[in-house]
Design a protein around this ligand. Structure first.
Ligand SMILES: [Mg+2]
Length: 160
């Protein structure tokens, strides 16, 4: 099976980083001020912390790939260059995962381009999950609990 793992909200704590810098919009609730994020450049992304439990879980998934049990990919949506560069730098600093297996698409729904009967997506957003499922892929909704997500991966492998 191919396993695609989202970054923001799944591996890295995007919300905490937006809050730490006060990059929420003043005129709307729960909306990011992207102009401020872009102005900060790559360090906004490189300084991000792992989501609770994600570091150990990702290491476990990468070990499973090394044993040939699954094919692992990062699948992240980001629509500007400093974001892509920052995410790549984060991966280089925090993992030894090969960058050629990190896929960046423009919009959340573009992740559906990678949907297939043997493909699974772990992601925190229905905006990514619903189109992926509609395109024939399999989804695991990440709700902040990596133990549950890993159990879902194990269950998926048993089906495979
Ligand atoms: Mg996400």
């Amino acid at each position: 099976m191919k396993l695609y793992v989202d970054m923001d909200g799944t591996l890295v704590d995007f919300v905490a980083q937006v809050s730490a810098h006060g990059f929420w919009r003043k005129d709307k609730v729960n909306k990011v001020d992207w102009a401020k994020v872009k102005a900060m450049g790559t360090s906004f992304w490189t300084e991000m912390n792992w989501i609770n439990g994600a570091e150990a879980a990702f290491a476990k998934l990468y070990d499973m790939e090394k044993r040939g049990e699954l094919e692992l990919f990062i699948l992240s949506s980001i629509d500007f260059d400093s974001g892509i560069d920052g995410k790549k730098q984060w991966l280089q600093r925090n993992t030894d995962f090969p960058l050629e297996k990190a896929i960046f698409v423009t919009e959340p729904e573009d992740k559906a381009e990678y949907a297939a009967p043997d493909a699974w997506l772990i992601d925190d957003r229905v905006k990514s999950l619903d189109p992926f499922a509609a395109a024939g892929g399999n989804v695991i909704e990440f709700k902040g609990d990596w133990k549950a997500a890993l159990e879902a991966v194990a269950a998926a492998m048993n089906l495979d």
